[in-house]
Write a protein that binds this ligand. Sequence first.
Ligand SMILES: CC(C)(COP(=O)(O)OP(=O)(O)OC[C@H]1O[C@@H](n2cnc3c(N)ncnc32)[C@H](O)[C@@H]1OP(=O)(O)O)[C@@H](O)C(=O)NCCC(=O)NCCS
Length: 354
Amino acid sequence: MPPQTPAEIIHSEPVPAPAGREIAAPGRAPHAQIIGLGAYRPRRVVTNEELCTSVDSTDEWIRTRTGIAERRWAEPDETLVAMSVQAAAAALADAGIAASDVGCVVLATVTHLEQTPSAAALIAHQLGAVNAAAFDISAGCAGFCHGVALGRDLVQGGSAGHVLVIGAERISDFIDPQDRTTAFIFGDGAGAVVIGPAGRPGIGPVVWGADGSQYGVIGQTRDWKAFMEDPTGPRPFIQMSGQQVFRWASYEMVPVANRALQAAGITVDELDAFIPHQANMRIIDAMVKALKLPEGVPVARDIAAMGNTSAASVPLAMERMRRDGEVPRGGTALLVGFGAGLSYAAQVVRLPWG
Ligand SMILES: CC(C)(COP(=O)(O)OP(=O)(O)OC[C@H]1O[C@@H](n2cnc3c(N)ncnc32)[C@H](O)[C@@H]1OP(=O)(O)O)[C@@H](O)C(=O)NCCC(=O)NCCS
């Protein structure tokens, strides 16, 4: 069979059902890749100095322990949906895809304030993605990498022509501003990618999992039911056992990253970029060392300016690398997401530029 031309790299038509009781098979794409990228960074910059007016801490302590110099906290009009729509619209424009060509909108978040319906349904509506299924996924700071895995499978499996994967958080709504164990870490923002059909593999196999035995390591101070039963107490906020998360992420995510490289058939020397979840600069440094990443490979360090933006951190970091020309020609990047659950997901992707 002759090689496919770009125009042919589309979903095949559904395979009609043979006579009898068989079900027709969906059309499929040979491969999938990220074809567009967008980001939204809230306007308001919160420096460590400002933060320390409500938290008992110092700029020096925060910088030394986390590498964070400042973060963004969303203002009232910068809702979760509004930030997501901005990032997604930028990703669609970057991909050259109309909203009506999107078959599925996946929002990774832990900070949608309504139990139901999903924020993704409203995002799809506001974008004009009238032909799209839409739903939210909750996998903590690993949510975006889960979404990329889903997006790839939806495109290759034939359930959607193009998938919009958004990672967005308004995590400032869930922070106790006086809690010195969490308030300095987290920030708000949104990042998005468009995943579409491709003639060669653009998203490697995902290595993912969840360890529910560590369910309480990152979570809430109390659940909403407890709050409903006793609303006189403080409302639920985010809480975490910092040292436990630190140890787990620094040591256990390296084998996960290595497995993702192996699954993609890429060696660490062949990477063009390393884009881990932006949890703590020291965790990033520990991973770089343990992975034996060659010195010349650019490493995402968006955390210094954005803090930990949970599900938004990987696409935001990817966007900064492109904007700053840190990875001028695109190429292959290793993504590693990890967070509440405890959950994780890692994969090698081809970057959507160059
Ligand atoms: C949260 C984190 C920065 C804390 O750093 P740490 O080195 O583990 O700090 P510890 O909790 O051991 O506390 C060390 C000391 O600093 C103090 N301290 C804690 N928070 C402080 C703050 N905000 N400002 C100043 N001092 C603080 C503690 O009281 C303790 O003092 P002591 O030694 O006198 O008892 C670190 O554990 C971390 O980054 N963990 C991972 C968090 C993360 O990535 N979360 C998201 C995952 S998706």
